[in-house]
Design a protein around this ligand. Structure first.
Ligand SMILES: O=C(O)CCC(=O)C(=O)O
Ligand SMILES: [Fe+2]
Length: 294
């Protein structure tokens, strides 16, 4: 399930064959594991390795580099400036690495949110089962329809006392889709329009978004599935990074503290093999176009 790559530097040049392997592995549902790629914190940033800076309601601190907006951060103005520098540096380094490593995606890849996750996962109480990321799921977000765009995430564990980030990885997307196909319900007529008009969603939900959200919710709701499905525990050590299509790979975060994460979106046209993507798999299974408006 992991493809290990020996990358030690965010700015390093990547040979073409390695770039090709990386894209193929990701699109096949592998996690790219970079055991020696760390994000070095500056001296004044070491203090930020504390859960005290995270708003208790949001648990993650997020940064929008396109609009220089920080969310979920509780601190004074001076600290805010240092925080922004740190988040922006992670965002930029991630962009550079991803553009080199996933060279094939460079023309169409979009950078989205950056997050810092300073709260220990183990023992945290999620406000609802839908928000409980300790349950296996594929990513799909109620307010943020991707309209077919892929969700690609890069993580770096910066834990200062060598605590790994512990995940579970579940079955391949095709199996998840087959398993939950019978439970998928069609959307209520007019609901996508209404959700957008009421600003509950930030864009129009396509059929793709609707079915992905159902997969996400139905997986998390099924405790028997959570226990019995084929799965594997993986530990991402402190000082390592990993890259994964979180809309495709069934994953659950079980333990760990202090991780940076950068999200990218990729329009489906940018993929090497669209048929392997969640959109390709679901369109094949449901035998219809899922990204036109309904
Ligand atoms: O914080 C983590 O380790 C992963 C949580 C998760 O499910 C995600 O970011 O998609
Ligand atoms: Fe997730």
């Amino acid at each position: 399930m992991l493809t290990t790559l020996d990358i030690i530097d965010w700015f390093q040049e990547i040979p073409n064959d390695l770039a090709q392997t990386a894209v193929q592995a990701l699109e096949s549902g592998q996690v790219l594991f970079l055991p020696n790629l760390n994000f070095a914190l500056k001296k004044e940033e070491q203090n930020f390795l504390s859960p005290q800076y995270a708003d208790t309601r949001t648990k993650n601190i997020s940064y929008d580099i396109n609009h220089h907006r920080l969310r979920g951060l509780v601190c004074d103005d001076e600290e805010r400036e240092y925080f922004e520098n740190m988040m922006a540096r992670f965002a930029k380094q991630s962009q550079i690495l991803i553009r080199h490593l996933l060279n094939h995606y460079a023309p169409s890849l979009l950078s989205a949110r950056t997050s810092f996750r300073p709260v220990e996962i183990a023992g945290r109480i999620a406000p609802s089962y839908r928000k409980d990321d300790t349950r296996l799921h594929v990513d799909a977000f109620p307010a943020n329809p991707t309209q077919g765009k892929r969700i690609l995430r890069l993580f770096t564990n910066v834990n200062p006392v060598s605590k790994p980030r512990v995940w579970r990885l579940g079955e391949p997307f095709e199996e998840v889709a087959k398993q939950f196909h019978p439970s998928l319900k069609r959307p209520v007529f007019g609901s996508a329009y209404l959700l957008q008009a009421l600003k509950i969603t930030k864009a129009r939900r396509t059929l793709y978004d609707h079915y992905m959200l159902q997969l996400h919710d139905n997986m998390k709701a099924d405790l028997d599935y959570q226990k019995t499905v084929a799965q594997q525990q993986v530990e991402f050590p402190a000082g390592s990074s990993w890259i994964v299509y979180t809309d495709q790979v069934s994953h659950a975060a079980m333990a760990g503290q202090f991780t940076f994460e950068q999200t990218f979106y990729l329009p489906p046209e940018g993929l090497l093999e669209p048929s392997k993507s969640p959109l390709g798999v679901l369109e094949g299974m449901l035998n219809k176009d899922l990204i036109s408006l309904f």
